[in-house]
Design a protein around this ligand. Structure first.
Ligand code: KPL
Length: 307
């Protein structure tokens, strides 16, 4: 395996998780941080700490600010969806002609806009079921192992693009699955996020309560039914079963967790609602469809949960 130099833009939980596992696999890793304070803190620590199964290990990595001159050949972008455009603009001049750019984040819409912003550069999108959270800056807890699917974005005609970018090979137990139809995988994740995240933010509950509490379950069922209608209208087959069954399985498997959206609300951070339910509603409108339950949830959350 050829080692490559990855620049990671977005030092949240997923960015730090990738930093540690790419470094462990022998790649060179540089985190791009936003502020001098964050850079000082990183330099004091000397790397990124990974906590997995109660064992903490410090992995060596570098950090720098976006306005450094070093060229970027491999960029992994792990920012929140709403930060994508600004984050990319901050490093765009540093991207080499043949740069590989991977966008790994929740939601939909931002990846496609990014591919347009970066054209004709090579852009992949990725979607993960890994669970991770930041205990402190540059200290990530690997809470649940899943897999990361990656594939070229269909938004740009990149016929010569390999399904998996070169060097996107983190150490075990992280797993990468090359996915020629990544848009469908992004949709699968989107509908699950639409079913779980806004409801947990509304009710302030753990994921599992959406299954065990009959009223919340009914609410989730209504959202999922509308999403099934939209997928049928679009001719999108995401699962062999109704979306509700998949949402129940994920909410049950992650039952004791608080969704990323509820965590954002509690920490008074902006949520990714616009790139989750907001994107769903935009596509529904393009299809001439009304999704009243999703629409009303979106309205309530945009009114109540503005930080
Ligand atoms: O992906 C998630 C999140 O918290 O963002 C879950 C809850 C697992 C599915 O929506």
């Amino acid at each position: 395996m050829a080692a490559v130099h990855w620049h990671i833009l977005g030092a949240g939980a997923i960015g730090c998780l990738w930093a540690t596992h790419l470094a462990k696999a022998g790649h060179q890793v540089t985190l791009i941080v936003r502020t001098q304070d964050a850079l000082n803190r990183f330099n004091q620590q000397g790397g990124v700490t990974l906590e997995h199964e109660n064992i903490s290990t410090l992995f060596t990595a570098n950090a720098q600010l976006a306005d450094t001159e070093e060229p970027i050949h491999n960029l992994l972008l792990t920012t929140k969806a709403y930060d994508t455009k600004t984050a990319l603009a901050s490093v765009q001049a540093r991207l080499s002609q043949d740069a590989q750019i991977v966008i790994l984040q929740n939601g939909m819409g931002a990846q496609q806009s990014a591919a347009e912003q970066l054209a004709p550069k090579r852009v992949w999108a990725a979607s993960t079921t890994d669970g991770a959270w930041l205990k402190a800056p540059f200290h990530v807890v690997f809470a649940g192992q899943g897999a990361t699917r990656v594939g070229p974005l269909n938004a740009t005609p990149q016929t010569d693009l390999p399904t998996q970018p070169q060097g996107m090979t983190p150490a075990e137990p992280m797993q990468v699955v090359a996915d020629a139809d990544i848009e469908v995988s992004l949709w699968r994740k989107l509908v699950i996020n639409c079913a779980i995240n806004p409801l947990t933010a509304l009710y302030g509950c753990r994921n599992g309560e959406l299954v065990t509490d009959p009223d919340k379950y009914q609410h989730m069922a209504a959202l999922c039914e509308e999403m099934d209608t939209l997928c049928n209208a679009k001719g999108l087959t995401l699962f062999d079963t109704p979306i509700l069954e998949q949402a129940v399985a994920v909410a049950t498997a992650t039952g004791t967790n608080y969704s990323s959206m509820l965590q954002d609300v509690r920490q008074q951070r902006r949520t990714e609602l616009d790139f989750i339910t907001g994107y769903l509603l935009k596509i529904a409108a393009e299809q001439g469809l009304n999704l009243p339950q999703n629409q009303s949830l979106y309205k309530t959350l945009t009114t109540d949960c503005k930080p």
